[in-house]
Every structure is written in C-alpha cells, then in structure tokens.
Design a protein around this ligand. Structure first.
Ligand SMILES: NC(=O)c1ccc[n+]([C@@H]2O[C@H](COP(=O)([O-])OP(=O)(O)OC[C@H]3O[C@@H](n4cnc5c(N)ncnc54)[C@H](OP(=O)(O)O)[C@@H]3O)[C@@H](O)[C@H]2O)c1
Length: 274
C-alpha cells in the first residue's frame, strides 16, 4: 500500500449552503512540470466564494476553496492568486505568485491579491483617481474598499467613503477625507462602486463597479496581473498601503464565515489560516 503525507483542505463536494464546506484530509499535492508546491501560511475570505459554494459559478467538484494565498515556496515568501489555497499546501504555476511584502507578517499578505488588484484596477489602471478629483468609494468598509480608499488618496484625490458605524473609524484611518453613511448623495468626478444593486449612476461622471449596479457599462471583472501585484507589494513595503486585517480564523470556521458573509456580518479583510 502506498502511504501519503496528508494535509487539511477546505472543500466542497456539492453545491449548497455553508455546511457543504468540509475540512478533508487529502494527500499533499505533487507539483507537475512547471508547477510549484506552496506551503500555505494564509488565505483570505472573498465574498465571491459564496457564489462558488452556492453553485452560481462553475467549478469542478470536489473544489478546494481559497484564491488568495500567502505562503512559502522552498522557504521563499510569496503571495498570489491561485485555486485551492484553503489548505495546508497548494500546487500552482509560478506565474501566479510574486515575492511577498517584507514589511508585514506573511499571513497578512493573503489579504492583498484579489481585493488589492480589484482596487488597483478600479483606481490606478485607468487613471480614475487624479489629483484633485472628487472620488466616491461606495462600500469602503469591505476588503476592496479599504485598498481603494488608500490608492485613491495616494493618487491625490479627495475621497468620500461610505461606511456604517462599525467601519467608519477604520475607513477614516485609511485616509478617507469624508465618511458618510450608506446611500450617498452629491456629485463626484469618479464613483467606485462595491455595493451590489447600488443606485450610483446619478452620483457621478465616471462610474466603475465591481458589482451589478444602475450605471450601464460600469461593470469590470478583476484579473490577475503579477506586475500590478508586485507594485502593490512595493507600496506595502513602503508603508504607503496598509493591510488592515479585521479577523483571523482557522479553516474549520469557513462555514461560519460564509454564513456571516451572507448575513452582512463581515467587514474588511478576513484571514483564514490552515
Ligand atoms: N467584478 C469582480 O471581478 C469582483 C471582484 C471581487 C469582488 N467583487 C464583488 O465586489 C463586492 C465588494 O467586494 P469586497 O471584497 O470589498 O466585499 P466585502 O468585503 O464583503 O464588503 C463588505 C462591506 O460592504 C459594505 N456594505 C454593505 N452594504 C453596503 C451599502 N449599502 N453601502 C455601503 N457599504 C455597504 C459593508 O460596509 P460597512 O462595514 O461599512 O457596513 C461591509 O464591510 C462584492 O460584491 C464582491 O462579490 C467583484
């Protein structure tokens, strides 16, 4: 009988509610040609994984959760966006990873890839935030919003952010000039929308939205870009961008995190460590 070294892996074998997430013992994966083995230090929770779990996005089953990864490859700290990071080890191609920031704990770097790249692509890539621009970040209390506020401020914009009382102080500390409650009013040069089904078309000139909203043509889909992630890492190391972790949990808490996300009970970036 062959013997396998095993690891913990948070997987779904079927689609459904949060309880379909189970922590399995599975063999540690073997990297194939062109692949590397990542020893996972942390992944982070992203709300789009709720859609994966529920069956609204197509994945092969069983499916290991976790896109963001911070960990080590042959002892070197890396950060990236892969499949199956909610496990003790994951296999990926090296082009999905970049060197991790050195200025923060390695686990915290797992907050960066998906949310940070989303913010980068909304704020920086198309020059949406220019010095003096009035920028609204709608949904600044969430994972993307925290990075969007910081990147827009760094670009020299005047940033108005929406946040409920639980996130208002954190959002202001990340650099927002003005913090208002849900349902903002006024006019802005740029609206960065992170709230599903928001009515934001009336608020501004350029609208960029990570979710469905009432502004036609505003929706964008985040993609992995190693150069952009490297640039973000550099800003973290220069302490221009702060990685603000709101909670830390083990793999076994993923069902609870999904339940809380569906109830609107999560804020900021939540880390999950195997
Ligand atoms: N298009 C893409 O490629 C793409 C990529 C990544 C994510 N997304 C989507 O983008 C959205 C944001 O992602 P995320 O990771 O930042 O989400 P998140 O961390 O789950 O955002 C949660 C935050 O949303 C805020 N919020 C909820 N309802 C709000 C409202 N009516 N007005 C203002 N803020 C509200 C809450 O802020 P308070 O704490 O202030 O209450 C909460 O902290 C999600 O819907 C996600 O699925 C899309």
């Amino acid at each position: 009988m062959p013997t396998f070294d095993t690891m913990k892996s948070a997987r779904i074998h079927t689609h459904g509610g949060p309880d379909v997430i189970v922590v399995d013992d599975v063999p540690i994966p073997e990297p194939g040609p062109g692949e590397v083995l990542v020893r996972v230090t942390a992944t982070s929770f992203n709300p789009t994984e709720v859609a994966v779990r529920a069956g609204l996005l197509d994945v092969a089953l069983p499916h290991t959760l976790g896109w963001d990864v911070a960990g080590t490859v042959e002892g070197e700290p890396v950060v990236g966006w892969i499949d199956g990071a909610a496990a003790e080890y994951a296999v990926t191609t090296a082009d999905r990873l970049v060197p991790a920031p050195r200025a923060i704990p390695l686990a915290d770097a797992a907050a960066l890839p998906l949310a940070g790249l989303s913010a980068w692509q909304m704020v920086v890539e198309h020059g949406n935030a220019q010095p003096g621009h009035r920028v609204l970040v709608n949904g600044a209390g969430g994972g993307i919003g925290g990075f969007a506020v910081q990147l827009a401020k760094h670009a020299g914009a005047h940033v108005t952010a929406t946040a409920s009382p639980r996130s208002a102080v954190a959002v202001r500390e990340l650099g927002a000039d003005v913090v208002v409650g849900y349902g903002p009013t006024g006019r802005f040069d740029v609206v960065l929308n992170l709230v599903a089904d928001a009515e934001v078309a009336r608020l501004g000139g350029v609208v960029v939205s990570a979710t469905r909203c009432d502004a036609p043509g505003s929706h964008f889909v985040t993609r992995f870009d190693p150069a952009q992630l490297t640039a973000l890492v550099a800003l973290v190391d220069q302490r221009v961008v702060v990685v603000d972790v709101s909670e830390r949990h083990g793999l076994a808490h993923l069902p609870e995190l999904h339940r809380r996300a569906e109830a609107g009970d999560l804020r900021g970036k939540v880390l999950v460590t195997p």
